[in-house]
Design a protein around this ligand. Structure first.
Ligand code: ADP
Length: 162
């Protein structure tokens, strides 16, 4: 059976935590759509095109992963793309309540859609795009938080961007 899953998110910018989750999904399913949310309530710093380009560079070699952008309801987007499930990463307990609510809401809107939660490696459990942005704007070291191939691009884009 051909299984497609969606990894949705803001990816503003992509971190090693995201890459860990996407890599796990790619190993478990036939096709992974990394869906970059266009109009995030989080007011992204990177444009959609920038976020997609960074993801493309960081995910080179994962042949069953596609990177796309989407807007509107995830439940509808999943229907349109024929996805079987949404994959979300769970970090600390703080993610749980929101994710639980989203998963139940998506199930109401699209009863065929499952949500699968994965955990990343322990060293990424605290990592978020906002932490990376906070460190980088203050010229701190983000080497351990983002893929090496896009490190300079993220750093230069954010340095002094307070
Ligand atoms: P959103 O704005 O939808 O939360 P994010 O870009 O912040 O999007 O995250 C996308 C997905 O990646 C979410 O499921 C999030 O929980 C997961 N994720 C992000 N960072 C990590 C991490 N360090 N470990 C595990 N999952 C993560």
């Amino acid at each position: 059976m051909n299984r497609t899953v969606i990894c949705p998110g803001s990816f503003d910018p992509v971190t090693l935590g995201h890459i860990d989750i996407i890599g796990r999904a790619a190993a478990m399913f036939d096709r992974v759509i990394v869906a970059v949310l266009i109009n995030s309530a989080k007011k992204p710093v990177f444009t959609v095109d920038e976020r997609i380009r960074l993801l493309e560079k960081a995910l080179v070699g994962l042949d069953n992963v596609e990177i796309r952008s989407f807007d509107g309801l995830l439940a509808e987007y999943a229907r349109k793309t024929g996805a079987d499930a949404v994959v979300r990463g769970l970090r600390a307990v703080s993610d749980f309540e929101y994710e639980f609510q989203m998963s139940l809401t998506n199930k109401k809107l699209n009863p065929e859609l499952e949500t699968i939660f994965l955990t990343s490696r322990a060293e990424y459990m605290f990592l978020s795009s906002s932490i990376v942005k906070q460190i980088a704007v203050l010229n701190g070291d983000i080497t351990n938080f983002v893929p090496e191939c896009i490190h300079d691009e993220i750093k230069n884009r954010l340095a002094g961007n307070i």
